[in-house]
Design a protein around this ligand. Structure first.
Ligand code: AMP
Length: 280
């Protein structure tokens, strides 16, 4: 695996690969890799001639006071895992390389970017859209792989790709969970053993709602009320949102249809966790 740290070199490497006719599959990450990330890499490996990954903890998507400085950084181990998955090129710039002094341009996806996590984390999706736009310009991928775990992020990036005419296919990949149902996340590392148990209420809530929908309940108001009851049984859990929304616009819907997004965000102790499902 070739590890590249500079934008200019990465652009050269990726340009050469494209000119040689290779289809580039790109998996952007913030590192601290787990099976969720690796599922995206495997999907890219199975669909593309060349697999490019990136590791960059993007300061722009963290608000002051959020966990940017304590975000887990496990670069050596990440490289080992990516090698095992036969990643061809890893882009791992530092913050000064991505945001040199004097850079001022950002990408704001209005509306969609202000909903769900965008409401509770103002500016977060501007940080995400900006770094992903830059990474797309550096790599020039044919396909880019993102997790359904971050459903709002997918909606924001879909909108950005459409609005800015990025010639890239966005591939959304299913949520990978631990055996007890907790969605894998780099932030799960913050949880104490007790909090790890408390965090299971997120998945339990979603399973309950999935079941109600399967049994024919379609009214969002009823589903949200029931879901909040379950979440509120969680000790040490503070709900940020439980929302039933259109998966593209992230606007609330009154009635659930196939493809409607049911999403939850909650703090377990001081750790913010998210999870969701798409109604079938
Ligand atoms: P992150 O490193 O948290 O920025 O995540 C990098 C990519 O991995 C994003 O597209 C995430 O949606 C995806 N991802 C994170 N956790 C999971 C998971 N449990 N299952 C599937 N994809 C995931």
């Amino acid at each position: 695996m070739q590890i590249v740290k500079s934008v200019a070199e990465m652009q050269n490497v990726c340009r050469s690969l494209r000119m040689a006719g290779s289809v580039l599959g790109f998996v952007p990450t913030m590192g601290a890799l787990h099976e969720g990330h690796l599922s995206l890499v495997r999907r890219a490996r199975s669909e593309c001639g060349t697999v490019v990954a990136s590791i960059f903890v993007n300061p722009l998507q963290f608000a002051p006071g959020e966990d940017f400085t304590k975000y887990p950084r496990t670069f050596e181990e990440d490289c080992r895992l990516l090698e095992l998955e036969r990643v061809d090129v890893l882009f791992a710039p530092d913050a000064a390389e991505m945001y040199p002094n004097g850079s001022v341009t950002t990408v704001t996806v209005s509306g969609v970017g202000d909903r769900l996590d965008g409401t509770s984390r103002p500016g977060h999706f501007t940080g995400v859209a900006t770094v992903v736009a830059k990474l797309f310009h550096v790599v020039g991928p044919t396909r880019a792989y993102f997790g359904q775990k971050d459903a709002a992020q997918l909606a924001v990036l879909r909108q950005m790709i459409r609005d800015l005419n990025f010639d890239v296919e966005l591939v959304g990949c299913a949520i990978v969970r631990d055996s007890d149902g907790l969605a894998l996340s780099s932030r799960n590392k913050y949880l104490s053993p007790m909090e790890r148990g408390q965090a299971l209420v997120l998945h339990r809530t979603l399973l309950g709602l999935e079941q109600m929908i399967a049994e024919g309940e379609r009214q969002s108001i009823t589903l949200v009320r029931r879901g909040m009851e379950t979440l509120n049984t969680g000790i040490g859990v503070r709900v940020d949102y439980l929302a039933i929304v259109d998966a593209n616009s992230l606007l609330p819907v009154t009635s659930v249809e196939r493809g409607t997004l049911v999403a939850v965000a909650a703090y377990v102790g001081s750790t913010r966790l998210i999870d969701n499902f798409l109604a079938t």
